[in-house]
Design a protein around this ligand. Structure first.
Ligand SMILES: [Ca+2]
Length: 640
């Protein structure tokens, strides 16, 4: 399933047998490694993957001289993808389930050992230039994770906040550990040029020392800001213009490597963090032939365009469809540097060295990468793939805010070799395969998925998080509603435990007061009764040793109100409210309610589903409530 056919494979093998081109000879010194990580670039957005509206000559040449990895998996959203790339683990193993916002108390745990830390031990110079997005507290920034230097906007370019000095929303440009300046929207049009200049300077500064350059671009995430030289150049609007600027940047870096005669001892990996942001319309990219986009675990959300380049070591002009992904980058880099991963740290990825150097070999071998992959949305395992077979074990929205309800048939089986667009569910034809993949999924969940994983490692956390620059925060209780309009009430008479509603079918709570009422009869002391949200924004109604708790999260602010009593095992009614002035109120069995002051209504709609009897493994607070056991009925979400 790899390569361009027998002829290419034969030529390749013959080429490799010529003395003097010995690919297995040990390199003189560890190779330089460059990882170019574009933001929200879809599977169909560059020439080597079929794009025609924007021109990408540098990437076309890179692919002609290198290897396309056509089944390379990242994650549905930014922070998770970055955690996977830098740690070699699924986001769910290292407790990075979603996206960090400015001032978040959490980040990638400094105790995790990143690629940069491994390579620095081997004598590498290390630099991170671009979008970090693994926490913006001083404890979590790149210099504390093995990088010698850093320059970049440390999170998404749309996470603007109004500085205390007034004016429009800005994002910080951080150099090493300090804010160098604040960037207004239009200032972002210089960001790709700036990153590229910094990257070239880093390569020049390295001298004879091996280097690791990690270049996670701010492009092509919205707002779209191509540089002045690229505006209007493509046939695909400003989005295409910005892809063309990224391509220019790739060309600059490869040219610099060639000019310094480093191409024969440098691996360059070009890839993307997640699929296209389809809901952005013309400002979002294309997943090409794949289904779904950013935020989803359909192939279009997580399979990303990937090119590996190392003239003389990686064969030229081939493509390989073997399973690979961001979790494999760390073990690959560590092996190339001559090191070994620490045995005490469980990795999910496998070294891609055999895949890169011998892509025409068929199938995963003992040493040769993985033959399966797990598709997580947060902590919720939604699918697994082994060989060509992908089994979806949960409903999958097509984007982060999918309009369709997802009472999709579960499980669903697709053959990605013959049906990469995931159109034909063939589960009924392969019951034995379905069972095997279900067992695999259950093993993955037991280890690192859901609410009660055996082997999840903690996130980093600080007590008093701050934003990188002083920002305007409305007074508590004074926050204005982000959206208004009539509240579409929801009523579920006999919902099954585990029911989840996504996208527009979930209650639209951004900017609104809301009330949740439900009746429950418990068989366990703890468990989630209903929830909507995750580590960024949302709420959860849950039981702690029989006591009802209502938790509400908005960014770094987590508020909680506990019911007045423990509830026995009889049918009991609960009413939880987030009121317009921000007060939280919880009433148990019609008794006197419990209240506390809050910080206003939720400013954003949670990306996660509305769920009954579970939170789909995406808790808003650090509890281990798990699945609810018992009966839940008459669930209503209304305006108070
Ligand atoms: Ca992204």
């Amino acid at each position: 399933m790899c390569g361009k056919g027998l002829l290419a494979a034969l030529l390749l093998v013959c080429g490799w047998l010529i003395p003097g081109r010995m690919v297995h000879a040990a390199p003189q010194s560890p190779p330089n490694i460059v990882v170019i990580f574009v933001d929200d670039l879809g599977y169909g957005d560059i020439g080597p993957y079929g794009a025609v509206k924007q021109k990408t000559p540098a990437l076309d040449r890179m692919a002609a001289e290198g290897l396309r990895l056509t089944s390379f998996y990242s994650a549905p959203v930014c922070s998770v993808a970055r955690a996977q790339l830098l740690t070699g683990c699924y986001g769910s193993r290292v407790s990075v389930p979603g996206v960090y916002f400015p001032g978040s108390a959490q980040g990638l745990n400094p105790a995790e050992k990143t690629i940069a830390e491994y390579l620095r031990e081997r004598g590498y110079r290390t630099a991170c230039i671009g979008k970090w997005h693994l926490g913006d507290q001083p404890e979590f920034l790149p210099l504390q994770q093995g990088f010698d230097r850093y320059l970049g906007i440390p999170y998404s370019n749309d996470m603007q906040r109004r500085a205390l000095t007034g004016g429009e929303g800005v994002v910080p440009l951080v150099r090493d550990n300090a804010v160098e300046r604040l960037l207004k929207d239009a200032d972002q049009s210089d960001i790709t040029r700036l990153y590229t200049a910094e990257a070239l300077q880093f390569i020049r500064d390295a001298g004879d020392q091996p280097f690791f350059l990690y270049l996670p671009h701010t492009a092509v995430h919205t707002p779209i800001w191509p540089g002045p030289a690229f505006r209007g150049r493509s046939a695909n609007g400003r989005f295409g213009d910005w892809v063309e600027e990224v391509d220019w940047s790739v060309g600059q870096i490869l040219d610099e490597l060639r000019a310094r005669r480093l191409e024969s001892r440098t691996l360059v990996l070009f890839t993307s963090d997640n699929g296209p942001w389809l809901i952005r319309g013309a400002d979002g990219g294309s997943a090409g032939p794949l289904r779904g986009g950013k935020g989803s675990t359909w192939e279009g959300g997580v399979r990303v365009p990937t090119v590996a380049w190392w003239p003389g070591r990686i064969p030229a002009g081939l493509s390989c469809d073997r399973i690979a992904g961001t979790i494999d980058v760390l073990p690959t880099c560590v092996e190339l540097s001559g090191g070994t991963p620490e045995p005490a740290r469980t990795l999910d990825g496998r070294s891609l060295v055999p895949v890169l150097f011998e892509p025409a070999a068929n199938g995963a071998t003992e040493q040769g990468g993985r033959d399966w992959h797990a598709y997580f949305s947060g902590y919720n395992l939604q699918a697994v793939r082994r060989g060509p077979w992908k089994l979806a074990v949960a409903a999958q929205p097509a984007t982060a805010t999918d309009a369709t309800d997802n009472p999709q048939v579960i499980p669903r089986l697709y053959n990605l070799e013959t049906d990469r667009g995931e159109q034909r569910n063939v589960a009924a034809e392969h019951p034995e395969l379905v069972r095997e993949l279900q067992v695999l999924a259950e093993q993955v969940v037991a280890e690192i998925g859901g609410n009660e994983p055996q082997q999840r490692r903690p996130a980093g956390s600080v007590k008093q998080p701050r934003t990188l620059y002083p920002v305007e925060e409305p007074e508590a209780g004074q926050r204005k509603a982000a959206t208004a309009g009539p509240f579409r009430a929801l009523e579920l008479t006999e919902p099954r435990n585990g029911l989840s509603l996504s996208g527009r079918n979930a209650p639209q709570i951004a900017g609104r007061a809301f009330r949740i009422q439900l009746q429950f009869q418990r068989e366990s002391e703890s468990g989630v009764l209903a929830a909507q949200g995750g580590t960024a924004v949302g709420w959860s109604l849950w039981l702690s040793a029989g006591q009802p708790v209502f938790s509400v999260r908005m960014g770094e602010t987590l508020l909680e109100v506990r019911g007045p009593q423990t509830v026995a095992g009889r049918m009991t009614e609960l009413t939880a409210e987030l009121q317009a002035d921000g007060r939280l109120r919880l009433t148990v069995a019609g008794e006197q309610g419990v209240e506390r002051a809050g910080a206003g209504v939720l400013q954003r709609q949670p990306q996660e589903d509305f769920c009954v009897g579970t939170d789909n493994g995406q808790p808003v607070a650090q509890y281990a409530a798990g699945e609810f056991r018992g009966r839940i009925q008459r669930v209503r979400v209304t305006a108070p």
